[in-house]
Every structure is written in structure tokens, then in C-alpha cells.
Design a protein around this ligand. Structure first.
Ligand SMILES: [Fe+2]
Length: 376
């Protein structure tokens, strides 16, 4: 039996575990089990009868502890074999393993000092980079008003109309959801800059570069991978599929080691509100992992609804906890998302590749995750 973790780190990790039992792995010929014991996490050789047991390949284990792939990713790819237990047994352990293996802290609303920050504050391009950067680094998001003019937004909306009319289910350039009448409804266009000259030119706009690189001047756009520039279109009413996205971090499908911190820049083509489907964020949650039941664990954690006007731009750090909930009214919010990634992305993700390849056009598989945890 052996302790392999710093005792203080292991004790901190143990606090993230609820009532979860031991979690064992069979990785090639090796077997080992994580336990909580006496307020600490330890890992022992071998498996135990009462524990969850997951068999995965050496390569998948390496990807998991290297933060290249997540449990959700491996599950959807069919690379987790449950000898005992099921996917729900991994939920409590997930942030604990991330902390033990990569030092990613488990969410604590007190970690970010939001006391001096007015979370309803908005900015304009007349504000300085230093002011906007300071807010973004602390809160994990930013709302900049009036970045694009009405004529520019009207033109972009016409272009999205044109591309939406051409999209078809299964074309691998779009996401679809099923509405309450059983009709397939377009909810996202991806790689838009590759199919639209206008959007391709927009990707070179200095306003986007300025906001996308506030976090780090090394970040850059990836028009030909990670789904490039994407147009999100919120479908009204109840839907199945991926029109309404529950709480998630954008590295939830994997790629934390190569994609974080990235900055998602959202050009608001319609403006947004609860009625049309807005962006919700948990300020200060970036750079941490969150338990699937974080809302229960931290009922007083702040949540901000980022309501916008056409032409506004939002920025969110991609591992900020955020959601795109069901519109309470007519729906129809349109946002054009351009993402700025660290240079390490290009070492690992080739043209046409994206972690979301595992969910695009795979509604049935993603639904199989059940209510315990939704994909991202
Ligand atoms: Fe997201």
C-alpha cells in the first residue's frame, strides 16, 4: 500500500468527495484503486470488491491524467469499460483526480476576489486594455457594448440567413436539435469562416483581435479546426439535442492541457435575454474544476446573466462555468463565436479536428449520458 500524493493535497482532494466509494482502474496489466480514508485520498495497488472498476487502455489513461481527454470524452468514444459500477460513479471523483494529477483546484467561490468587482459592469472599446483585462482575469468574462455597428450586424445576419438556408442535417457543418413537434431545427453552424467570404474577412478584424488577445497576446484564431467560427442560433421551446447547453466548461470534452486558457469571443447578432436564450456565467470559476452538483454545494455562488444588444461582444475564458439555457420566450438569439487558442493547440489538433466531433450529429449517444452529466 502506498501514498503517492502530497498529504496536504490529498486531504484537500478528499473534501471534494461526497459519499463516493472506492474507484478502481484496470490499465493494461496494472490495477489500482483510489480511496478516501481518514480525511485523505490514497491510491493502493489492486482492486476492491465494493468499488467501481473501470478498465481503460494505457493510452486512454495517459490522455486522462494528462488532461487531454476527460471521462465524458472517453465514455462517448466507448473507451471506458465498467467492470463494476457505471458512469455516475465517476462524477464525484472527476474533479478530485484532476486536482491530484494536474493541480487544477476544485471550485471555491471564495478563490476569486469578486468583492471589489461590479459584476454588472460593461465596457466599450474606449476603455483601456488594462481595465478590460483586469475585469476578465478576475471575473472570467467581459461584456463590451457597441463594438459592431447596426449595418455590420444587419449584413452578418443576412449572411447567416443564407448559410442557414443551405445547411442540412448530417452535413458536418452544422448542429441540429429536435423541437417539440419532432422537427429538426438548426441550432449551430460551424466552420463558418471557411464557407463565407464575409465571415472569413471578419476573422481578421482588429476589434476581435484586440478583445480575443486581452488575456494573452499569444492567443490566435483557429478557423480550420475546433469548429472554427460558429454561429449559435437558439431554438425556442423544448428541444432535445444540443441547442440548450447546460452548465459546462468548454474543455469538458477534453483538451484542457492544450486549449486552456482560451478566449471565446461572441459577436451578438441579435442581442440576448432570458426570453431569447442568453449566456449565464459563474464569475470567478475559470481555472478550476467544478463538481457536477456545484449548485448544491455552493448555493450562494454568484451567477450572472449576460444580456446584450445587437453589436455587443462578450468574451469568456473557456473553462469558466457557463450555460446557454432554454429560452423562456421566443428564442432566436444569434451569436457568432470566434475563439482564440494558445499556440499549443496546433501541436495536437489537426485541420478539421475538434473535441466536439464526438457530439456533433450524435444526439442519441450524448443523451445516453443521462441526467447526471451532460456533454459540452
Ligand atoms: Fe460553452
Amino acid at each position: 500500500m502506498s501514498d503517492v500524493f502530497d498529504p496536504e493535497v490529498a486531504a484537500d482532494a478528499a473534501r471534494g468527495i461526497g459519499s463516493a466509494g472506492p474507484l478502481g482502474f484496470r490499465v493494461g496489466a496494472r490495477t489500482f484503486t483510489y480511496h478516501v480514508e481518514a480525511g485523505s485520498v490514497r491510491v493502493d495497488a489492486g482492486l476492491v470488491a465494493e468499488g467501481t472498476i473501470v478498465a481503460i487502455s494505457e493510452a486512454a489513461w495517459s490522455d486522462l491524467i494528462g488532461q487531454d481527454r476527460t471521462f465524458v470524452n472517453l465514455y462517448l468514444a466507448g473507451e471506458l469499460e465498467f467492470e463494476q459500477g457505471d458512469f455516475s460513479d465517476l462524477l464525484d471523483w472527476d474533479p478530485v483526480l484532476k486536482f491530484l494529477h494536474a493541480g487544477i483546484p476544485i471550485f471555491d467561490p471564495g478563490r476569486a476576489d469578486l468583492g471589489e468587482v461590479d459584476l454588472s459592469r460593461t465596457f466599450t472599446l474606449d476603455d483601456t486594455d488594462a481595465e478590460m483585462r483586469a475585469f476578465l482575469i478576475t471575473a472570467g468574462f467581459l461584456h463590451v457594448r457597441g463594438v459592431f455597428g447596426r449595418d455590420e450586424i444587419a449584413t452578418l445576419n443576412c449572411e447567416v440567413d443564407r448559410l442557414a438556408a443551405e445547411a442540412r442535417p448530417g452535413d458536418d457543418r452544422s448542429w441540429w436539435a429536435t423541437d417539440s413537434d419532432g422537427q429538426e431545427r438548426l441550432c449551430r453552424l460551424v466552420y463558418v469562416g471557411l464557407y463565407s467570404l464575409m465571415v472569413g474577412e471578419l476573422e481578421g478584424d482588429p476589434r476581435l483581435a484586440r478583445l480575443g488577445r486581452l488575456l494573452d497576446p499569444e492567443l490566435r484564431m483557429a478557423p480550420d479546426r475546433m469548429e472554427g467560427t460558429a454561429a449559435l442560433i437558439k431554438v425556442p421551446g423544448p428541444t432535445t439535442g444540443l441547442s440548450n447547453i447546460p452548465w459546462h466548461q468548454d474543455c469538458g470534452m477534453g483538451g484542457h492541457s492544450t486549449c486552456c486558457p482560451a478566449a471565446g469571443v461572441g459577436i451578438q447578432l441579435t442581442g440576448s435575454s432570458a426570453e431569447t436564450g442568453n449566456l449565464l456565467v459563474v464569475p470567478g470559476s475559470h481555472g478550476q474544476s467544478l463538481n457536477y452538483d456545484w449548485e448544491k454545494r455552493w448555493p450562494s455562488a454568484p451567477v450572472v446573466a449576460v444580456d446584450t444588444e445587437p453589436g455587443d461582444v462578450t468574451v469568456h475564458i473557456q473553462d469558466l462555468m457557463h450555460a446557454s439555457p432554454k429560452p423562456t420566450g421566443t428564442g432566436g438569439r444569434r451569436t457568432l463565436y470566434v475563439t482564440f487558442f494558445p499556440p499549443t493547440l496546433w501541436d495536437h489538433i489537426g485541420p478539421g479536428e475538434a473535441f466536439n466531433d464526438l457530439v456533433r450529429n450524435r444526439t442519441a449517444e450524448t443523451s445516453a449520458l443521462g441526467s447526471a452529466r451532460k456533454p459540452h
